[in-house]
Design a protein around this ligand. Structure first.
Ligand code: ATP
Length: 318
């Protein structure tokens, strides 16, 4: 099957470093005499508008019914946030495959699906593939604001979301990204926010059973092991599995918390008595107090949450 590539490029990802990666990819395509159309994003959310336009005019589900035609393949160049926008813009068009060349700072989805984070290697991989594969993505339904969407990586309320909110306004992300140290930016901001985040009451419902926490600190639902730029929050999570992994960490004394962070970095935190792991195809979390929220590193407003999670299969050209 011949391909017609449609590239959505977020040159602003990785604090602008994505522009260089995108130019490398476009030059490689020119050298190989592979034709493409490229669309650069001009503002936050522009990837959504471009995707919706392509959906009306160009994109088709796999497999293509028209023989001898070139398949219009959507290719995303950006970070997890850009991918998040496109997955949500495609909504229930699960049979329209998404190809991905990671150019962001964290690139957790690429880590989660074992895709090379070197843009040229990811391009080689894309050009070798002959058909898309199904992967799971998280589906969430927030009952209070009746908001629905998808996440390729994770959705969290509590400290991880507070870190996202803080790092989006801090200069450290730009500084660390300049030196290609996106995950250090996350850790640096994390340490700044840790002292401020208070514990909050949380209810978790898994397979019809409710569990209450008086003093939750982190509550993250994840599709694969990674968050925050390569931190393995649930090392055993598997993007190919239908099950969702939820991890709840309790607010503990700062000294114990630093010890837990050490264990987290060595992937030994899951046995801690303060870390609670749930795995199911259907999970609900309820926070009656206002908390920060994040979906794939994109901020959700600070508010109470009542979220129902499932997974859906969608095609990726990976
Ligand atoms: N032209 C633009 N100017 C400013 N922001 C943009 C522009 N185009 C897209 N964006 C925004 O950039 C944000 C961040 O992009 P993205 O998450 O892909 O990169 P990143 O944060 O560097 O990577 P990662 O999420 O993998 O750490 C997205 O929220 C997107 O809406």
């Amino acid at each position: 099957m011949q391909l017609e590539l449609h590239l959505i490029i977020n040159r602003h990802a990785a604090s602008g470093n994505a522009a260089k990666s995108a130019d490398l990819v476009l030059s490689a395509l020119d050298n190989k005499q592979i034709s493409y159309k490229d669309y650069s994003t001009d503002y936050p959310g522009h990837a959504i508008d471009i995707t919706r336009e392509l959906l009306k005019t160009t994109l088709t589900p796999w497999p293509d019914k028209k023989a001898n035609s070139r398949f219009p393949l959507l290719v995303i160049l950006g970070g997890d946030g850009t991918l998040h926008e496109v997955v949500n813009a495609l909504d229930q068009h699960f049979h329209i495959p998404i190809a991905y060349i990671p150019c962001g700072s964290g690139n957790d989805f690429a880590r989660g699906v074992s895709l090379s984070r070197d843009p040229l290697m990811a391009l080689e991989h894309l050009l070798e593939i002959t058909e898309p594969q199904p992967y799971h993505v998280l589906h969430y339904l927030e009952n209070i604001q009746e908001e629905e969407g998808y996440a390729t990586n994770n959705i969290g309320i509590g400290i991880d979301a507070a870190i996202v909110a803080r790092s989006n306004v801090s200069a450290s992300k730009q500084t660390f990204n300049k030196f290609k140290l996106g995950s250090l930016s996350y850790l640096y901001t994390a340490i700044q926010v840790l002292t401020k985040q208070k514990g909050f009451p949380l209810m978790v419902e898994v397979n019809g059973k409710s569990v209450g926490f008086d003093n939750a600190f982190l509550c993250t639902t994840t599709n694969h092991p990674y968050f925050g730029g390569g931190i393995a929050i649930v090392p055993e999570a598997d993007v190919k599995s239908k099950a969702i992994d939820l991890v709840v960490v309790e607010r503990i004394h700062l000294l114990k918390l630093f010890r837990l962070i050490g264990q987290l970095l060595k992937r030994k935190h899951m046995s801690s008595p303060y870390v609670h792991h749930f795995k199911s195809q259907n999970i609900r979390i309820v926070s009656t107090t206002s908390q920060f929220g994040q979906a794939d590193g994109e901020e959700l407003d600070s508010r109470p949450f009542d979220i129902q999670f499932t997974t859906v299969e969608r095609l990726f050209w990976l």
